[in-house]
Design a protein around this ligand. Structure first.
Ligand code: BDR
Ligand code: CA
Length: 311
């Protein structure tokens, strides 16, 4: 089993990423850490715990940074609503909140792990950068960072940048320059990880407790994506990063050099990808361009079905 820590900002697609990670027999989730992004730190922390309560998991959830390293927080209520998980009633969290802060949790979990651990960040990279600044020795204990963020030819927050990288570009720069193996699961691939309205309907017909909530979440999210981007369904951005750890063959990738724009007038948070090798710099990331959509959908459907059976 691959040991993983999921660092997220739930967020509708983060919620599905949590479900996929927790249900997959290939993964051992050491814990969930949350970060401010789609909503405030308080809300994303509560949301992660509510999703775990729904699926009957007692994994620890550690709350992370309430704002980016250097900038003011930007959230995404236009996509994820005022709670961050609008569109559904979730159970109140039953757990006892984890006392550790996310960066301490990450550092301690890594240092005490017997084998290297995968980090799966699906929100702004603030916690991951914070942990690397606090304890650079954790680098040796990280097998790979498989992150949802960025894009080569596509963006969503601005004409130049994807949301997660845009919110905390300085954190992203620290992570991309860390020398740790990185898979960048960006919009070029995740925009193709589309659950159509028919898929959402199929999910709602499964008849279980978890699938019913997942379908309601995705229906809300798909309506918002339609309004803002004219998308026909729900982009499962974050679950694709989890799927890429479960089975790396789900992605089509190329090793490339990626810089993060922190200073541009119009390009804050752009992932500047050297497609043609013009910088002469060594590749620092495996960049995703596409996916095996039917394999990905099977992973998500099977995970949710197994959570229905368990709950
Ligand atoms: C990313 O931004 C968030 O809104 C989603 O949860 C995902 O992590 C997509 O750009
Ligand atoms: Ca997210």
């Amino acid at each position: 089993m691959k040991k993983v820590i999921l660092d997220c900002d739930p967020g509708h697609d983060d919620a599905i990423a949590i479900m996929l990670a927790c249900a997959s027999p290939e993964l051992e989730v050491l814990g969930i850490t949350t970060v401010a992004g789609n909503q405030t730190g308080k809300k994303t922390f509560a949301n992660a715990r509510q999703v775990l309560t729904l699926i009957g998991s007692d994994l620890p959830v550690a709350r992370g940074f309430d704002k980016p390293l250097l900038r003011e927080l930007i959230t995404a209520p236009e996509i994820h609503g005022e709670t961050g998980l609008d569109g559904v009633e979730l159970p109140a969290p039953l757990d006892k909140p984890c006392a550790a802060r996310a960066v301490n949790f990450i550092v301690e979990a890594l240092l005490s792990a017997e084998e290297p651990v995968y980090l799966i960040p699906t929100g702004p990279l603030t916690n991951i950068a914070g942990a690397l600044l606090l304890a650079p020795e954790i680098k040796e204990k990280i097998k790979k960072i498989v992150l949802m963020g960025g894009g080569v030819l596509v963006s969503n927050k601005t004409p130049a940048a994807e949301f997660n990288i845009y919110v905390d570009p300085e954190a992203a720069k620290i992570v991309f320059e860390s020398g740790i193996p990185i898979t960048m699961v960006g919009l070029d691939a995740t925009n193709k990880a589309l659950f159509s309205f028919e898929d959402i309907e199929t999910l709602s017909q499964l008849g279980g407790k978890v699938s019913a909530v997942a379908a309601q979440l995705l229906a809300f999210y798909a309506r918002r994506l339609k309004r803002f981007f004219d998308v026909k369904g729900a982009h499962l951005h974050d679950p694709l990063a989890v799927a890429a750890v479960i089975d790396p063959a789900v992605l089509d990738t190329k090793f490339l050099q990626v810089d993060i724009e922190t200073k541009g007038e119009f390009t804050r948070g752009a992932t500047v990808v050297d497609l043609y090798g013009v910088t002469g710099k060594e590749a620092n990331a495996e960049v995703a361009f596409g996916l095996d959509l039917s394999k990905f959908k099977s992973l998500v459907f099977n995970a949710i079905k197994s959570l229905d059976e368990r709950s």
